[in-house]
Design a protein around this ligand. Structure first.
Ligand code: 6R9
Length: 646
């Protein structure tokens, strides 16, 4: 816990959209009269038919339904593209920086319009209509943004699957939302290595039916199998269509996209975001949190496969007419200075990344940073997991040379955009704290029984009322939405995060309190990894927990009980890691596997994860009450054979 406070500098307070007084007034207005506040701010996007109703939201008990601007109509693609043509048609919309530093290009808003329309026509010619689901499995190339905006233009609902997911994971997501079309590339390129995207799509489609069309972008030009009648190269299809395509008039509450995310139980949930509220939230938060001004070069290093890429590479920045940088590669290729080389090459002013990247670069020392200029940088951002004060200070002192404020932005796939964050011209910074709620956001800390804790307190983080960017439902399963988010503490949205509020009202997120682990800023459900492990023929039982990891934040620790007759070995460990990578994807690889003859269970057979977590965390003295264990001896064995002892 750091007690250091960084004041807002005078030039920031003077130049920013929002200073401390304005933040206070906006926050107060948004709490006093949300209707009036959002009636005003909803106008930041273009409407085809203006709304007359602003907020119609219910958190239960009973009715859980969330509607914003519900009688208005608009189109997201119009807002991110067409409406900028008159004022900034020749301004760069997207700077693309390839995996290889020799490859980069700039796409103006006028070119973006032409590309998006062409894409929309290719999709429409293959039967994509309003409401249809389209799965995207793409590398970080401009075509990812074109395809997203083309779906939005037609009113189709995109579901992006991160390119690091396995064919099985992809198949599950295609099936869950019944996509008839998949958009992919021949191969991806990351850190000089090829990713067989099209081959993965083929393998996924073998497992699920219903996909009529696969559109393939040529990225590497590598040879891939093409199924006649089903598969088409994008460039060949695009040559047959025009670059004019009207944007379909959509209702504010029509679905915009589905994004699958891991929870504590079951398979990943299809988080559903809708049209207008989402876009208002993405653009409002992008402008104010990053203090975006006309002409700024803005770079978010996320992948479009995650929500950060949706809201802060594509929708928020483009709705604001910004220049957004899209990076195909990784921070360490071809050298560990790559991030800062790209900053210098394109004159980046605003830079937004994840703590795990900062921690891994920190490990290589200051020289790779210091041999670059970085004088264009004005603001730094952090997202995905708590940033430890050491990494914060390094980011501030070394990367930002002490002159750039850091916005530590707390939010979730479910929230659509940032909810708790400093505003750089308004908020004093405390390293490690996400600081204060944005206007329109009402955080509440509750104890285990759901009682609200006021003042300085630590407990579970809920949000007491709706904001426009909130998810609307779990695709195809509204009951699961209600159960997951509104039943633990009835009448409140429960985030799944633990949180402390200090005497200044600052929020410090302490991490997940459910069975979700956060590996390098990516959410992983322990239940998913467990079910992958027990699917292996030699495994009888598995329990997975998180443990502190210097670079990744949390690592994946798996306790595995083998079938009778199987012998533990390092080879089997490797085999199980490879198995999980194949089942879910590389991001789910267990870091440590401990073979355990038995798992600690209650007499009724429930695995006592609390004990497994403590052992993985090396806190043997704090196992708590073990009197309900069916067989206390298993704990001694677990401690004796703990992996990676410190
Ligand atoms: C945007 C995103 C959400 C979970 C969230 C929390 C953790 C994200 C954070 C943070 C502390 C921050 N998280 N940002 N924890 N400080 N600034 O990451 O969405 O992938 O859904 O993850 O990530 O635990 O609940 P998502």
């Amino acid at each position: 816990m750091s007690e250091k406070v960084y004041d807002v500098s005078a030039d920031w307070a003077g130049r920013a959209h929002i200073d401390a007084a304005k933040y206070g007034a906006m926050y107060e207005a948004s709490m006093r009269d949300p209707e009036a506040f959002w009636a005003e701010h909803g106008r930041r996007i273009d409407w085809m038919k203006p709304y007359t109703r602003v907020k119609n939201t219910h958190f239960g008990p009973g009715d859980v339904s969330i509607r914003w601007f519900e009688d208005g109509t608009t189109n997201v693609s119009h807002n991110c593209v067409d409406r900028h043509l008159e004022t900034r048609g020749d301004q760069v919309a997207i700077i693309w920086e390839g995996d290889d530093p020799s490859e980069s290009k700039k796409i103006t808003y006028r070119e973006l319009h032409s590309e998006v329309c062409r894409w929309a026509n290719v999709l429409r010619n293959r039967g994509v209509e309003r409401g249809d689901r389209v799965t995207l499995y793409l590398p970080m190339i401009p075509e990812a943004a074109y395809a997203m905006l083309a779906c939005a233009r037609l009113g189709a609902v995109h579901s992006i699957v991160f390119g690091g997911f396995s064919p099985d994971s992809l198949a599950g997501r295609i099936e869950d939302c019944a996509s008839k079309m998949v958009i992919t590339a021949d191969e991806g390129l990351r850190g000089g290595r090829k990713v067989p995207l099209k081959a993965n799509v083929d393998a996924a489609i073998e497992r699920v039916g219903g996909v009529d069309h696969v559109v393939v972008v040529r990225r590497t030009g590598g040879a891939v199998a093409m199924t006649p009648g089903r598969d088409v190269y994008y460039d060949e299809a695009a040559a047959m269509v025009t670059d004019e395509c009207p944007a379909v008039e959509m209702n504010a509450e029509d679905p915009l996209f589905i994004l699958y995310t891991s929870g504590s139980t079951g398979k990943p949930k299809g988080v559903l975001h809708t049209t207008a509220g989402y876009l208002v939230w993405a653009s409002f938060t992008h402008q104010y949190v990053f203090d975006y001004h006309e002409g700024d070069i803005y770079w978010c290093t996320a992948d479009v496969g995650w929500v950060t890429g949706h809201s802060y590479i594509v929708y928020g920045p483009l709705a604001n007419g910004a220049t957004t940088l899209m990076f195909e590669g990784i921070p360490t290729y071809p050298s560990i200075s790559r991030f800062w080389d790209v900053v210098d090459k394109h004159g980046v002013n605003i830079f937004y990344t994840a703590p795990t990247a900062i921690r891994s670069l920190m490990g290589a020392g200051e020289d790779p940073v210091k041999r670059t200029s970085r004088k264009s940088l004005r603001l730094l951002g952090s997202v995905g997991e708590p940033i430890n004060p050491e990494a914060w200070e390094w980011y501030h002192r070394v990367v930002g040379e002490g002159r750039c404020p850091i916005v530590d932005t707390w939010w979730q796939t479910e929230t659509g955009g940032i909810l708790i964050s400093p505003l750089p011209g308004a908020t004093k910074l405390k390293p490690g704290s996400a600081t204060l709620p944005l206007p329109g956001v009402k955080p509440m800390i509750v104890d285990a029984e759901g009682k609200e804790l006021t003042g300085a307190a630590e407990g579970n983080l809920c949000i007491a009322d709706s904001w426009p960017g909130q998810m609307r439902t779990v695709y195809g399963d509204h009951e699961r939405f209600v159960q997951t988010y509104f039943s633990t503490y009835p009448g409140k949205y429960f985030t799944g995060d633990g949180c402390r509020r200090d005497a200044d009202g600052y929020y410090w997120i302490t991490g997940r309190v459910d069975d979700v682990i956060n590996v390098s800023g990516h959410r992983m459900g322990t239940a998913e990894v467990e079910s992958a492990l027990v699917a292996h023929p030699k495994v009888s039982e598995a329990a997975v927990v998180g443990y502190p990891h210097d670079i990744k934040g949390q690592g994946i620790y798996a306790y595995v009980t083998l079938m009778a007759g199987e012998t533990p070995s390092d080879d089997l460990r490797k085999e199980l890691v490879a198995w999980v990578r194949r089942e879910i994807g590389p991001i789910a690889s267990p870091d440590l596997i401990q073979f355990a003859p038995g798992l600690p269970k209650t007499r009724s057979g429930k695995i006592m994860r609390r004990i497994l977590r403590k052992i993985a965390e090396d806190e043997f003295g704090a196992l708590g009450d073990t009197s309900t264990l069916a067989d206390p001896a298993v704990v001694d064995d677990l401690i004796t054979n703990r992996q990676n002892k410190r």
